[in-house]
Design a binder for this molecule. Structure first.
Ligand SMILES: N[C@@H](CCC[C@H](N)C(=O)O)C(=O)O
Length: 271
């Protein structure tokens, strides 16, 4: 028997989910990289192991495509919540779950969009990113995981960015790396974004990145609004801000389920 999996995505930020109801599955960085490989594996931006949490409920054990751990994944959290409800492990409505960044709450019906309480968002100091020899002014934003949001003024500049390579950043400011978002306003409470994710490269969407982008945009424009629509290459999400922090709302799609071949799994785990 192989290892069961489900493939899903949120605005085309895609994940391999692996249920681990006993909390015993050991998964190596190399196995994550093999699964995420778009030619030799299933293909994904990250892997989510669905484990029981010691405190009750479930733990979203998220890993980037290169095997590195991340504190939080907003799109992954929506897919994780949809998976728990479809499996009958949680009931539709509202329920808490655990991430490395702390406890979050999901809210969803039997179908449709999923909302995740993303916790507090901290807009930090001015920073810089460098790409193709060009320096972009940006802002550090902490959404549980680190972000560097660079606001641009022109959609054609956003489209022209070459994100096949990682933008450079100040390693002293971001000792654990950073997700870099490039953002263009397209309306009073509406932005468009591309992202280079730490540990995964350019992705079609990044949920925590959309929250960081919305927060940096509101700070920069002095916007009094509390709701920002964020277009990403893979779709659209909505970020709202309240007293307790941000909420991210968007689609979560389960695409396929199957078994990871045992021989593939064992070979991927070899040093
Ligand atoms: N795609 C995710 C973010 C995943 C983690 C990120 N790459 C990091 O290392 O912090 C999202 O939807 O938030």
């Amino acid at each position: 028997m192989g290892v069961p999996f489900v493939k899903g995505h949120g605005t085309e930020n895609d994940f391999v989910l692996i249920p681990d109801p006993d909390g015993r599955l050991v998964i190596t960085d190399a196995q994550v990289r093999a699964l995420c490989d778009r030619r030799a594996g299933i293909g994904a931006d990250g892997v989510i192991v669905v484990r029981p949490a010691a405190s009750g409920g479930y733990f979203m054990d998220y890993r980037n495509a290169d095997g590195s751990l991340a504190e939080m994944c907003g799109n992954g959290a929506r897919v994780f919540a949809r998976y728990l409800v479809d499996l009958g492990w949680e009931r539709a409505g509202s329920f808490p779950f655990l991430t490395r960044g702390g406890v979050r709450t999901a809210e969803l019906g039997p179908g449709g969009d999923v909302s995740i309480d993303m916790g507090p968002v901290r807009v930090g100091p001015a920073e810089k990113a460098e790409l193709q020899g060009e320096v972009f002014a940006g802002t550090a934003v902490d959404v549980g995981n680190p972000h560097l949001v660079c606001l641009l003024d022109d959609e054609s500049r956003l489209a022209a960015l070459d994100l096949t390579r990682a933008p450079a950043f100040d390693a002293e400011s971001f000792p654990h790396g950073v997700n870099v978002e490039f953002v263009v306003p397209v309306g009073p409470d509406h932005v468009r974004m591309r992202v280079f994710e730490r540990g995964s490269g350019e992705t079609r969407s990044c949920g925590t990145g959309t929250v960081a982008a919305a927060a940096a945009f509101l700070r920069a424009t002095g916007g009094s609004g509390s709701r920002v629509t964020v277009d990403v290459p893979g779709g659209t999400v909505v970020v709202t801000f309240g007293d307790q922090g941000a909420t991210l709302t968007g689609p979560a799609v389960l695409v396929a389920s199957g078994q990871i071949d045992q021989a593939f799994w064992i070979a991927a785990g070899q040093p």
